[in-house]
Structure formats: C-alpha cells, structure tokens
Write a protein that binds this ligand. Sequence first.
Ligand SMILES: [Zn+2]
Length: 481
Amino acid sequence: MSGYELVVGLEIHAQLVTKTKAFCRCANRYGAEPNTLVCPVCLGTPGALPVFNREVVAQATRLAIALGADIHLHSRFDRKNYFYPDLPKGYQISQFDHPFSTGGHLSFIVNGSTKSINITRAHLEEDAGKSMHLADGSTIVDLNRCGVPLIEIVSEPEFRAAEEAGAYLSAMRELLRFIGVCDGNMDEGSLRCDANVSVRKIGEPEFRERCEMKNLNSIRSVERAIAAETKRQIAIYEQGGVIHRQTLQWNEQEERLIPMRVKEGSDDYRYFPEPDLPELRITQAFVDDIRASMPMLPEQLREKYSTTYKLNREAVYYLAIDIRISGYTDTLIETGSTAQSAAKWVMGPVTRSLNERGWSFDEFSRRVPAATLSGLIQKTDRGDITLGQANAVFKALIVKPEKSPDEIVAELGIEVMRDEVKLGAIISEIVSEHPEELAKFREGKTKMVGFFMGLVMQATKGQADAQLAKNVLMELLEAKE
Ligand SMILES: [Zn+2]
C-alpha cells in the first residue's frame, strides 16, 4: 500500500419495504414459492402497462430526508436495456439523468473518529429476478423479485480505506432499518452493495481506471473484497502493467475475485425515457408531510442522549441503533425514570432477557410495557427495594406480564432491611474481618467501597437498603482509629 491511495465509491441497492411491487399489484415479499408472485406486468407480457406505486415514493422521500438530500419534485423513469434471463422484459425501469434525489451525506464512526461521506444521488428502479445455477450446469430462474422496488444510493468516491466502506454500509443499513425503508437483510438480498475501486499514487490529482465489484453480500465481504482488489491493482502497477476496466464478482467462500465481463459504457444500455410511465411528480406539501412524520434520526438521538441526558458513549450508541430501543428508553424517561437508570436497565436486564429468551424487542415490550418497567426502576431508585430485589421482580415480571411490580413484590415477600442498628452490626463485623482492604481504602483506593458493598449485600441476601448501607459503611471506613 505504500505510496498508493485507495479510491472507492459504493452503490447500495436497497429493496424498499412496500406491500406491493413498484409497478404492479404483486406482493413484495421474500421467501414465497418461486414464480408465484408474478403477473403480466412484472413478467413483461406485451401490452401490460406499469402503474407506479405511491408507497415507493413515500419510502424514497423518507430516505432522502434522512440523508439530507435534495428531493426533485420532478423526476423521470428511463429504460435501461440489457438482455439477461432474469429480466424477461429485456429492460429494467430505472432513473438515469433525472434521479429522485441528489446530494446528501451520511456520517459514521470508523476507528474512533467520525467520517462523513457525500452522496451523489439516489434513484428509483425495479429489481430483476434471481438466477440459480445448478450443479448439472443448468440455470433456473425465480421471477418473484422482478419489479420489487429498489433505491440505489450512489456515494461519491470518497472512501480511502476498506474499513470506511464497511462502516458506511453498516451505518446505512442502520439508518434504512431505523426509518423503516428497508429491512437490511443482506443474506436475503434485500440490501446489496457494489464497489468501484481504483488506486492512485498519493498526491495524484486524477483518478485512475476503476473496476467494479459485485455481489458483496455482507459487510465483511465489502471490506475483504476491497482489500483484495487494492492489493491486485497495486501489484499490477508495480509490475508496470495497466488496469483495464472490468467487473469482478466476489466469491465469498473462496474469498477471491472472479472477472465477469468487460465493463460496458453506459451507452450500451441505450437508456431512453420510459414511454409507459408519466414523469414522476410530487408536491412540496407531500414532502413536508413526510418530514413532519419522521422520527428523530439516530444522529439526532445520539446528540440528545449525550448532550441532554449526559449518557456515556457506549449507551449513546447502543440506545440509538434501533427505533424500538430508543422509543422504549424515551418512554421510560418520559414516565419518570432518570436517563441514567433507564439506560442501565435497557442495556442490562432488558437486553439479557432478550438474549436469553430469543425475544424480539416488540415481543419484550408487549410483555413489559415501558411504563411498567419505569415503575420498577423508580421504586428501586427511591430505595423502596434493593437492586438485587428489583432484578428478582423483573425476572418474575417478564414471565407474568399480567402482574404489576407491586403485586410481585408482595408475592415474593420482598422486604428491605432498614434497621440501622442491625445493619451497623453486620457492616462493622465485615469491616473488622478485612483489615487489609480497609488499609487500602485508607490509602486512597476508593474502589474498595464496591468490594465492601458487595460483601454487605451478600451478607444481607440483597435486602439491605443500598443507600443506608452505604452511609453506614462510609462512616465506618472513614472513622478515625
Ligand atoms: Zn406483478
């Protein structure tokens, strides 16, 4: 890599979440029996006419707003002509020189710092079918995917490292999911990525010839393929060779690039305006309505969590990654929990229970609505019950969603030990049994407080009032000999 600089642009294809396909009423659904979600329009039967689906434009608008792009109130569909078995019409309806939106950017974190990549354009198009090559050499085709709405998001060639491309794709997937535009399932093909890769000598103003890499079906593949292609191009230049523009297919199993075909120029697609569809016109009022209905985006949420709520970086990222998690956390706070406690509970017991039980967040929040958990959190923060007891109540609550925290507290016979004399006796015994730890505390190791509190909770089976116990403990630790 020495002396060379990587230049990468990404094209992300995202299948839009809609009930029906882009130009017909067939269901837009993954996993159906092959060739069952088809009709004359998406099969390209002569005479069948496309009708544009309004849902598609709403989804594209949401994305364009989220990326801060310029939405064009007038855009146009074009035919992109090519022959391939998975495209029965012989052309794909796409947008060429009048795309839906231009500009915008996406910020993300890579290697601990923030990077922002500019977006060239986002245009609407339809997906093609899916060819499957069988072991006997024959190929079969499933046309259920024909006509599924796609948005293609083209970035500027601003990536300078493979990890940047991976981090951007990951952030884009997060955003698409957050605003409900695409489910982001790369292994089902609903989010796909191509990369245009070239290298040049550092300081060189011009771009050199690039190669296009297709079939990058995971974030790992994107990073691996770019790294492999960078190495290949540098090796060719170092041997005095030239790079010819070509399309390469990434083979995920073998982790290598396989040349596909010599890349045709865009002229070969013979783009021309789609004669069967009118120009796509939307109103500013339509855009404004959608803007008003948009949730707070991950970037804005992170700002709120760090500035207003003063949460640490780990919490800020964790809570803003999914709209259900952020929504739940916000409700905890709105119903009276402190932000710190809300974050602690969501990242701790809530997440653990999801992992242990395999529940989705929706399933969890149906069982334990935020308002219910908020009641338990406040009870704990007030010292009505200890943290250990609260955990026991929480565990009971998730399997008995019909009960309230109070009912479960009564059922479990939970009590808080608030007898200062009794607590004092227990704590002073603990302190006297640990002279070395006491000495360490007196040397300034304040961490020892946690050690002693752990023993206090152990001795009282988690029933000691934490605040009271801590006060008693501190008095003893700090007492003059
Ligand atoms: Zn159809």
